[in-house]
Every structure is written in structure tokens, then in C-alpha cells.
Design a protein around this ligand. Sequence first.
Ligand code: PMP
Length: 371
Amino acid sequence: MSRLVPLRPDLTGLSGYHSAQVDVQVRLNTNESPLPPPDTWLEELRSELSRVDFNRYPDRDAHALRQALGEFHGVGPEEVFCAKGSNEVLQCLLLAYGGSGRCAALFEPTYALHRHIASLTATEVASIWRAADYSLDLNEADALVERVRPIITFLCSPNNPTGRAEPPEVVTHLLERAPGLVVVDEAYGQFAPTSALDLRQPERRGTSRLVVVRTFSKTWSMAACRLGYLVGDPEVVEACKSVALPYHLDALTQMAGRLALHHVAAMEERVALVKEERDRICTALRELPVETWPSDANFVLFRPLKRSAKQVWNDLLEESVLVRDCSEWRGLSECLRVTVGTATENTRFLAVLRSSLGHASTKEHAQTRKR
Ligand code: PMP
């Protein structure tokens, strides 16, 4: 393709990150919360909105938000860095620690943005593949970090798109072997039984290479706000601050996040509902001709066995149900990923899936046809 002006040579062939934004009735493709945030949060936000000095730049350090997040996690504000979604947190980490001549390690298949942002920041990527059950072979992981001495080792827990959380022993093991930062992306952390946050040791302040990244996009039902953060050593927080653009986090997002922390019980209720529904989907999938993997997150990966993933994806879309088509991603051939929706949405997804796989009851089949 001819270009107006040549692109940075190392970006040739790189395309942006896209997930279909199709107008459908049941949207189960981007792992958001199916539920809106609590009304009480919206009321508080409305009443505080009038106090924003719109003519002034926001608090550059997001101090009140970091203080509130620090209290929530039992750490100081100097151990918290906030940004526009956890993607921007990851970008700041790679801007600060990656770059030319440095290497990030990851375990595929995993969240595509780890590799993507590494490329954008000219950071080399070294990776190994997970086993068929998507677990990590620690001997292979040891060999990788020994060979490439990564400045950042990424873990995604629960891993997107495969679903399983890394056991704490795996995180500890990598922290002992990997020379640089161990960044655990816990975008779905609240759905999992364990968190790397519990591995943080207050007495190791000033020397801890463990960084945990979280987001308000999923469990907090606030994907529209774009707010993510990390909990890590104050030195890492300072490094991220030094590469973030001035005033990158607007006043409204800071306020929305701070106020959300007044509604922890409502968030936990939503997490419990999603987990219940996730388990219902997993049980239902086990009755169908699909290969499926256990999930500690708010999504489930599965591989249709009797028909191609594309055919099933199309059948679902025809009935206005959108799931993620991962069938052409390396290591995920013929796989689809469904995000847990509301009970009604999940029931509809399962009915259309059964029908697509020739497993529908007569009633379900008739209902699917009628829509
Ligand atoms: N990490 C993981 C593992 C994700 O799946 C996502 C969202 N797809 C993100 C980070 C980014 O989330 P956000 O930027 O909305 O916080």
C-alpha cells in the first residue's frame, strides 16, 4: 500500500486492536459488566458534578482517588497509579521500562494488548505457548526468563481469553526467577478465588517487583469511564507518573472512581451474580458438543465440535447475540468466547447455541425460529 508518509518501520503490518461494535440485542463479546452501576452512585455523581471546576485542569496526581484506592487495598497512595483504563496503565509501564533493546516476556495465548503495546513502545517480545489445557509449564517459563532476562514478565490472571487464574505459587515462582517486574494483569481479578495482591509484602516496600493491575471496566460496571490502576512499589508509581501525559486522567473519571468506592457492597453483589451465571453457562456447555475450559473470570472459552466456530458465530449473530470470535487467533483455533450477561441474555445465548449445534428442545427451537 502506498503511503502519504512512511510509517515508523517497526510498525509496518501492525493493525489497531478491534473488537466488533455491532448493534445487537445481546452483546457478549467484550467482557463488560452486563449490569449498570448502582443508582445511588449515579445520584452521588450527579450531585458532585456541580463542584467540578470545568475551566481548570484536573488534579494531575489524582490524589483523592489514589488515597481512596489505597485505603481500599490497605496500601498508601504512593503505591497506587491511576490511568485511562488499565490499557493506559500497561502502556505507562512499557513506556517507563520497555523500549528499544529491552524485552517483555509473556505466555500465549493471552491478552493481545500486552504484545500490542509492547510493539508500540518498541519493546521486544519473547513468549512461550501454554499447554493444551492452557496451564503454564514452569520449566519452560524458567527457561524463557533465564534466556531473555525480561524487564517485564506479564501474567494475566484470570487469563483472557482462556479464563483460568494463575495459582499464587505460579506468581511467587516467577517473582523468584524473573529478573524484572512481574506484572499481573487482574482485569478480572474480583471473579477469581485468589489475587496477587495478597502476595504483596509491606516489609518489602522499596524493593518489590510485583505489580498488580486492575480496572473499573468490568466488576465496577464502569467501562464507559476508562479507569484503571496499578498497585506496586512507590518507585514503579513514580516511573509511571513520569511517562504519563500531564492531566491524562480527567476530573470526571477521578470523581466517578472515587465515588464508586462508596459502593463496594453493590459491586460485590454484582460479582456474585455474574459468578453464579458463569457457573450456569459452564454447566450447560458441558452438556453440549463443545470443548470448554473452566473459568475464574466473567467469560467462558469454548470450541464447537460439530460445526465450525464461524458457522456458530453467524448463527448467534443472526439471532442478535454477539460473542467473540477467537477462531483465527493463534493457539485458539475454532474457539469462541462468551462474556457472562444477565440471566435472560445467557438463557438466550444458550438456546441459540443449542439450536445451532442441533441440541435444542422443540420449544427452544421454535422460540429461536420465532424471533
Ligand atoms: N487487561 C485485560 C486482561 C483485559 O481483558 C482488558 C480489557 N479487555 C484490559 C486489561 C483493558 O481494560 P481497560 O482498559 O478497559 O481497563
